[in-house]
Ligand binder design. Sequence first.
Ligand SMILES: *Cc1c(COP(=O)(O)O)cnc(C)c1O
Length: 433
Amino acid sequence: MHEDTRRWIAADKAHCWHPFTRQGDWCSMDHQPVVLVRGEREWLWDSEGNRYLDGNSSIWTNVHGHAHPRIHAAIRKQLELTAHVSFLGNTHPLAAELAARLCACLPAGTLERVFYSDNGSTAVECALKMALQYRMQTGEPQRTRFIAFADAYHGDTLGAASVGGVDRFTARFRESGYPVTRLRDVGELDRLDPHTIAAVIIEPLIQGVNGMRPWPRGMLAALRAWCDETNTHLVLDEVMTGFGRTGTMFACQQEEVVPDFLCLAKGLTGGTLPMAATLTTAAVYDAFLGDAHRAFSYGHSYTACALGCAAAMAGLDVFEEESTLARLRPMIDRMSEGLSRLKAAQPCVHETRQCGFIAGIEVRRPDGSPFPQDARVGEAVCAAARHHGLLTRPILDTVVLMPPLCTSPEALDLAFAALDRAISGIDMRAADL
Ligand SMILES: *Cc1c(COP(=O)(O)O)cnc(C)c1O
């Protein structure tokens, strides 16, 4: 191991605190974290010179590949002018142009306002706060509840976490959040009294953190219809699904649904800089006009960061210049074929789930029973896959495969070969079988 690698790992273990991480395991002597130093297209390199396919798009953020020349040039060009200026009391060219461009991605006259923030959680926080304040200012202050779905994930800040349903992350803070009614499916809507409900929030087409689980076809359109009937707002959390990941620019387009609030983050800057946007309608926006106390008093220091806006504009350009979505179509089919082959070849592959260029591969014992959780088989599979050139992470025993949209057929084949070898290596004795 290089001296630099050793030094970086030592400093990390001495001072860093990683997200969603058991730090005791992380800091143990035998854990050698990958130190990533460089990226290009769908590939990443570590400090020892090993190359990996970025199998989860750097936690679902990267769209057009790493170090995309078009996006990097746009960031550099903006950097010549300024990295960041305040959006509080001022504006700047790229924030204005980007807002217009994001609205133009949706049907005319639907989502017309863009509120910028920094990450997926804050994009959701904004939508929830706007939805509540809207009711206070339109004569329905009793509509204070949110409907959310079981096992949903909407981020980690307190408000966003409270509409989440992944108990292992959020249960201990449940008392601190918004009042929420949790549903398993749209059928349960009929027995609800909508008069206390401000909005419904959902991850459209597929739940991400819940092990990449697609919803039934037509579910989103049915939800939109219920919202229309009951005058309830629909908040779509497209933090993961946005920007091409499901095969269309936004997931909601596949069911011709337009929400009242659209939350965007991860892929907004192509995966280069932290930035988010909450889009909403003129009807919502208008309720915030008038007296000072009606304004939306919310914001963050780095709102509409100029470098992020530059990256986002360039990312949208790349969709057009490279026909990203058209080129993705055969890759989505190739992913389906790879998943079928993997399932056929591997008795431990219990189920494969796919939506667009997002896949979850769930491993279980050959008899279909789950592995004991503390055997951490999903983690073991990903650790083994790393040695075969694929870098990804599991969600419990579901391995995530969702590389950047620019991934080549050969790279995708490499990912499946790596998974095949890694799953073959599951040690049944270590997994208590
Ligand atoms: C990642 C994610 C979030 C949270 O985004 P952060 O940028 O991590 O705060 C919210 N919703 C969904 C669906 C996500 O996948």
